[in-house]
Design a protein around this ligand. Sequence first.
Ligand SMILES: [Zn+2]
Length: 267
Amino acid sequence: MLPGGIQHQGSLRRDYDFRPLTGEVEMGLAEAVARARDLPGQVTLALQAALAHVGGRQPDAAVIDGMSVGDRQFLMTRLAGVLGLDQVWLTASCRHCGEPFDFPLNYDRLPVKPAGSGFPDAHISTERGMLTLRVPNGMDQRAVLGIAGMQLARQTLAKRCVTAWDGGDLSTLELDAGEVTAIEAALESVAPEIATEVMAPCPECGAENRVGIDPYFCLGRVSQDLFGDVHRLASHYHWSEAEILVMPRWRRHRYLALIDRSRGMMQ
Ligand SMILES: [Zn+2]
């Protein structure tokens, strides 16, 4: 279940399914990383390639871009599980004794904060009237990427998230610093979130360390062996690339193991 959800036919839906993992899906993920110019774009293309549906809707770019940041991060951690990367070893340096250490991380078990009531909308009242807000999505992330300067980026993001103002014409609304902070707080209270930090004990000195987690970790790990797999299967069985890519990954790996075994027998 998505921690937030998307609107479909008048209701908030939180269900989703990934496609079975075939070479085609893996190729789509590899292309997502290669084609998109920025991280939010990579996430959108990757989820488009990997999802069968989200909330009963086709995972087209507009749907995925319109999902809340928390839902997009959540889906990327679940995609790590689909790719067999749900449990990984990460490295950190202890902040107390300075020793580097490894610790295991289960992406499937990262704590999730579900959306608050009213999601995806929130409201705040200001001296100038009531503002209706919606939580930030993938399009918003992309829109503020190129903005140099933290203050301007925060202001631009806050303004994008205002969907209605009962005190005047929304296009003329200029937010002051206090309103930006109030908008951020209101959005944080309804936005779904996935943990982006975990506590890891240092095996040397026992101190607890707060370690940052990359929810998009699996993007950098997709399908590095895919081209090699296709090459070996095509050379051995003379199947076409398309025939190989429609195969589920487990079947591809089974055939590769058979090729290895027959090689072993010949040597
Ligand atoms: Zn330590």
